[in-house]
Write a protein that binds this ligand. Structure first.
Ligand code: DX5
Ligand code: ZN
Length: 222
């Protein structure tokens, strides 16, 4: 299905939530489609967030699919803990593995969706031939590591390239954008061909997070 034929997927990132009351923070985004879980190891990115135990705790407090973004070195070593923690999609960085296709095949063999992500400085073209091995591509529109950064519109070029490739080959791959998504940037991401939108600060800094989720979905509906 091309992007136009499905309603926009809004995935609040709990990196921007209040970690002292994650159950309430998950409740606050009950209108969301997915929950985006930003795992950071302090090596692949210069920040440390949370790991599999928090991911497991999150899965106990929501029925929404967990979109787990691994910003970690050596993802092969750790993916099982996120599968066991209840991830519905595990997204690793192509810069952190020698063999993204084998890792994707392993994830799918374990019954979870396989996603890859790439830093703003990494080209998408080398990964197009293997797109059919994946269920999701997470295009970073900020340098990974922190929430609240400025949207990088030039990254939408990758989205346009992906949209063309996916539609021309009739693939079922979700294009998700991550970083600096807000009411003022989401429409251009939708125009470029995104299916799913991560939003951390735009949702959790809002007066009413669910209103922000509703507004983002409306703005992304073409
Ligand atoms: C950054 C993370 C993003 C970030 C999004 O490394 O991957 O998911 O939390 O936060 P905002 O929406 O505030 O840019
Ligand atoms: Zn993320």
């Amino acid at each position: 299905m091309s992007e136009a034929s499905r309603s926009p997927i809004i995935a609040p990132s709990i990196l921007a939530a209040d970690f002292s009351c994650l159950d309430r923070e998950l409740e606050a985004v009950s209108h969301a489609d997915w929950i985006h879980v930003d795992v950071m190891d302090g090596h692949f990115v210069p920040n440390l967030s949370f790991g599999a135990d928090v991911t497991k705790a999150v899965s106990r407090h929501t029925d929404k699919p967990l979109d787990v973004h691994l910003m970690i070195e050596d993802p092969e070593r750790w993916v099982d803990s996120y599968i066991n923690a209840g991830a519905s999609c595990v997204i690793f960085h192509v810069e952190a593995t020698e063999d993204p296709v084998s890792l994707a095949r392993y994830l799918r063999s374990q019954g979870v969706r396989a996603g890859f992500s790439l830093r703003p400085g990494t080209a998408i073209e080398p990964y197009l031939p293997d797109l059919h091995e994946f269920d999701e591509v997470l295009v970073m529109s900020v340098e990974p590591g922190f929430g609240g950064q400025k949207f990088m519109p030039e990254q939408l070029e990758k989205v346009r390239t992906l949209r063309k490739e996916i539609d021309s080959r009739g693939l079922e791959v979700t294009i998700e954008i991550d970083g600096g998504i807000s009411a003022s940037t989401i429409a251009q991401a939708a125009e470029a061909g995104c299916d799913a939108y991560v939003a951390g600060s735009a949702v959790y800094k809002a007066e009413v997070p669910n209103d922000a989720v509703d507004e983002l979905r409306a703005l992304a509906t073409l």
